[in-house]
Ligand binder design. Structure first.
Ligand code: 5GP
Ligand code: ZN
Length: 112
């Protein structure tokens, strides 16, 4: 737990969030500024900085991937986009790794 981390605060319950799904390893909650009709953030409970560090932890990686699958099943979305913004240039603002799960509208490519 990083006391300065916003998403650690959501895990701890000191920062409010609308929780969509949770298990022993992960938490999924609605993004506060949704970019699509469905915009859920899936995070490990552990404070892990980004997808590079997450990838070094096989058990937690698997848990996050499984949680993404469970969220899309729970929300009954078939077409969706999963994004891990990484680093400042990659558009990452919160340095507690999170998968953006976006659905409910068409998405363009290339991304902005
Ligand atoms: P990033 O820019 O790091 O990829 O994504 C951070 C995401 O966290 C953004 O989409 C932003 O809207 C969301 N966010 C920032 N602060 C909060 C908050 O306090 N609560 C929730 N639920 N989402 C937040
Ligand atoms: Zn954190």
């Amino acid at each position: 737990v990083d006391p300065d981390c916003l998403f650690c605060g959501i895990v701890a319950g000191t920062v409010a969030a609308h929780r969509v799904r949770e298990d022993e390893w992960t938490l999924a909650f609605d993004d506060i500024v949704p970019q699509a009709p469905v915009h859920v953030l899936v995070i490990p409970r552990a404070h892990i900085r980004d997808i590079t560090d997450l990838a070094a932890d096989a058990a937690t990686s698997t848990a996050v991937m499984a949680a993404i699958r469970e969220v899309v099943l729970q929300l009954a979305v078939e077409d969706f986009r999963v994004v891990f913004n990484t680093g400042v240039q990659g558009g990452q603002h919160v340095f507690h790794v999170h998968a953006h799960v976006l659905a409910g509208r068409p998405f363009t490519w290339p991304p902005g």
